[in-house]
Write a protein that binds this ligand. Sequence first.
Ligand code: 5GP
Ligand code: MN
Length: 341
Amino acid sequence: MQIGINKIEELKALLSTPQRIVILSHTNPDGDAVGSSLAWAEVLQSEGHNVTCIVPNKYPYYLDFMPGCEGIINYKSDSEGRAEASVKGADIIFCLDFHTMSRLEGLSELIDSNQHAKRVLVDHHLDPNEDFDIMVSYPAASSTCYLVALLVEAMYGVERITSTMAENLFVGMMTDTGNFAFSSVTPDVFRVVSVLAGKGISIPDIHNFVYNSFSEGRARLFGYVINRKMKIFHNGTVAHMSITADEMRRFWFQQGDSEGFVNYPLTIKKMKMSAMFTEHSDFIRVSLRSRGNIDVNIFAQRYFHGGGHKNAAGGKSFKTMEETLKYYEECIKEYSKEGML
Ligand code: 5GP
Ligand code: MN
C-alpha cells in the first residue's frame, strides 16, 4: 500500500513551519490508538512542532510500558484544564484511529470549540465522516500504526523512525492484526515489521508486556465468563457473553480487563459471530467479532448505534442487560433471515 502523493504533499505543506498540534484518539484507547499517537507525536516533535496527545479516557494498564505514554493527557481526569488549553490553542488537530467525532464522546464538544484549526484524519475505519481538511483514510490498512509508519517513510524517510517509534508502531500493528493473523495483513505489512525489527526493538518483550501482564482478577474473570456467561445459540454459530457492574466489582475489574474475551468463542469450530456486553454507568458497551463474510460493522450500525470494521465492531445499548441480550438474539434472527448470517 502507498499513501497518495497528493496527501503527502498536502501534509508536508501544512507542516512546513512549526505548528501547535493536538493529536487525538478514540474512547477506550487501544494499542493502535496509543501507538500511532505516540509515534506520530515523536516525529512531529523532532520536526520542531509543539505537540500534545489527548485521549478521552485512560488506556488499559498493560500499555503503561509504551515509551512516552506518561505524556498523554487523559481528558476525563484532566483537572488542570491542559486538554482544553491545548485544543483551544491548536493550529492543527490530528484525529488518529477513529472515523467519527462521536467516538470522542465528551471530548467532541471541546474539539468543536476550535473552528480555526485544520483537521486531519489518519485512520483505517470504513465510512469516515467527511469534515476533515485532509483525509488519510485507508480502510484496507490493517492498523493506523501501519499508516503512520508509511507516512513517516514517505514524508521524512525511513531513517527517521527511532527505536521508541518502532516499539510504539509495532504494538498497534501487532494488536490490530491479531498477531498478524487477520486478512488485512499484506506482504507490505511484513516489510514494515522488518523495518521496525531492524530498529532494535525486542518483539518478545513487547509481546509479554501486551499479552502476559494482566492481573489475577482478569484471569479469574475470564474463566468465570467463559464457563458461566457464554451462551451459544443459533445452531452453535453465534455466542454472547456479558459482564455486569456487580461482576466487575467481584473480580476487581480494571479498564481493559475484558479486552480480547470476545474473540474466544470464535475458537469454537462452527462459530461465526460473537458478542460481549459490558455494563457501564449509563449504557452497555457492545463488542462484536465475526469470521469471514459475516459483517458486524453493518450489524453494529443497524442495531447498536455503532460501527467499526467488517470482522470487529462495537456500539452501545441503552436497555438493561437482560433486555439487551434478548434484543441481540432477536437481531440475530432478523439478520439471519435476511441472509446476512
Ligand atoms: P472493540 O470491540 O475492540 O471495543 O472495538 C472493535 C472495533 O469496533 C473498534 O476498532 C472500532 O472500530 C469499533 N467500535 C467500537 N465501539 C464503537 C462505537 O461505539 N462506535 C463506533 N462507530 N465504532 C465502534
Ligand atoms: Mn486501529
